[in-house]
Write a protein that binds this ligand. Structure first.
Ligand SMILES: [Cu+2]
Length: 457
């Protein structure tokens, strides 16, 4: 039949669109190859953004300082600290990490403390911080405190402000955080950055921002070029086939949960090769901050898409006035997709030159080899095959609700996961009672996890 339509799918295979990568599953991946399971990233996923976390603040607050609402970065954990003579002491370890970016795709990246991106550092304006850093990479590295005004010897640039930190070496950074805002820490090596070596460094203000937010969420934007049947990103690539929020691609990204009537803050930082226009459905937001800190209220104006350029932070806030599951996603079309290269391999799907029924059967056959529970794409017209340009999105959707199920996805409509790919997640705005039930569900699953793994708690 039509060579054009067949080529569409072949091209799409190399272009990177549609299905989630399934290399490991189709290739008979063994559990031992996946040290970082979904369960292991759970600690950062679960959160009670309403106040409970603030009990974790151990150091007494100086006079004139408000307690802060910690930021929650879904799918990432916080870096814990100890207090030594009034100094907040963090231990940060650079090391290779296996990151499960989708149910059937784990990649070899570099990060910090077993996580890529690294765990979130949260401090308060005025804090003295000490970061005891250890390099467990096979090469030298250093850490730059992006946006923070620190003495030159703390700036983390190899050969300029310090000697490179050799493999196996430790290095201590120490400085006072006099700013407030959304910063990041990252390796100052370009290729190491593209291997994922970044994390949030949030400095909460001494005095709570007005109006105060009830929820504070964070998202790190990253892109990866991972060739078929490969697990190591190509860090010199100029085009990308996997796009992640906090190191996970949709639909595996954990939704953010907000209470109806609350004020929601979303901090977004970008450490990659591309800009990302991040769009929120159904609501307007205002830009309340950048990588330089809080913006004066006189500069706020309504918008619903914020362009987050490389090395920038953008902080937006909105009133969650409307109940529903509202999408937050990058609006670059190719960033709303996952790679289908891994799925296709040598079994190139030939749906494009066949009828809808045959296409479905082929998809069902593929689905049988992986734990997809739904393969029912959106309806197509009877004459679809005669329309120039068909198909575009017609065969791209594969539901995997069960594979990515977690408390935060409870109650979403069946097959919700089918259309979610790449840099895409949800803010679920829940009325009071539903919100309370959701929080209980999340807490309950945290309790289960602790019982199951008492040695980890
Ligand atoms: Cu994007």
């Amino acid at each position: 039949m039509s060579g054009n339509r067949r080529r569409f799918f072949q091209d799409a295979a190399f272009f990177g669109a549609g299905f989630l990568g399934l290399a490991e599953s189709l290739g008979g991946n063994t559990p031992g190859n996946d040290p970082q399971t979904a369960r292991e990233i759970e600690p950062g996923r679960h959160h009670i953004p309403y106040g409970k976390n603030s009990k974790k603040q151990v150091a007494p607050l100086p006079a004139g300082t408000d307690p802060f609402l910690p930021m929650v970065a879904p799918d990432l954990a916080d870096l814990p600290h100890q207090v030594d003579g009034g100094v907040k002491v963090f231990r940060l370890v650079a090391e290779p990490v296996k990151r499960k970016i989708a149910p059937f795709k784990t990649i070899d990246v570099w990060g910090y403390n077993g996580s890529c991106p690294g765990p979130t550092i949260q401090v308060q304006q005025g804090d003295r911080v000490r970061i005891i850093f250890e390099n467990k990479l096979p090469e030298s590295t250093s850490i730059h405190w992006h946006g923070l005004e620190v003495p030159i010897e703390q700036d983390g640039v190899p050969w300029i402000s310090q000697k490179p930190i050799a493999p196996g070496e430790k290095y201590v950074y120490e400085f006072t955080v006099h700013q407030e805002g959304t910063f990041f820490y990252h390796s100052h090596g370009a290729m190491q950055e593209m291997m994922g070596m970044i994390g949030f460094f949030v400095a909460h203000p001494e005095r709570t921002y007005k109006p105060r937010a009830d929820h504070d969420f964070g998202v790190i934007l990253q892109e990866w070029a991972v060739l078929p049947n490969n697990r190591v990103p190509n860090t010199s690539a100029m085009e990308y086939n996997w796009l992640t929020f906090n190191g996970v691609s949709a639909p595996a990204i954990t939704p953010m949960i907000a209470k109806l009537g609350s004020r929601v803050r979303l901090r977004i930082i970008n450490m990659g090769m591309d800009h990302h226009p991040i769009h929120l459905h159904g609501n307007q937001f205002v830009l309340t901050g950048t990588e330089g800190g809080r913006a004066p209220e006189s500069t706020w104006y309504p918008m619903n898409t914020v362009l987050v350029g490389v090395a920038q932070a953008r902080v937006v806030e909105f009133e969650a006035k409307y109940p529903g599951s509202w999408m937050v996603h990058c609006h670059l079309p190719h960033h709303m997709m996952n790679s289908m290269m891994d799925l296709l391999r040598d079994r190139a799907i030939e749906t494009a030159n066949t009828t809808d029924a045959k296409a479905l059967r082929q998809m069902e056959t593929l689905a049988e080899s992986v734990p997809f529970e739904h393969v029912h794409h959106s309806p197509i017209a009877e004459n679809a095959n005669s329309v120039p340009g068909f198909p575009q999105d017609a065969f791209m959707e594969m539901g995997m609700d069960e594979a990515v199920a977690k408390p935060e996805t409870h109650g979403l409509p069946p097959n919700w996961s089918a259309g979610m790919m790449g840099m895409m997640t949800l803010v679920r705005v829940l009325p009071d009672k539903e919100y309370e039930r959701m929080m209980k569900r999340i807490e309950g699953s945290e309790t289960d996890r602790k019982v199951e793994h008492p040695h980890k708690s």
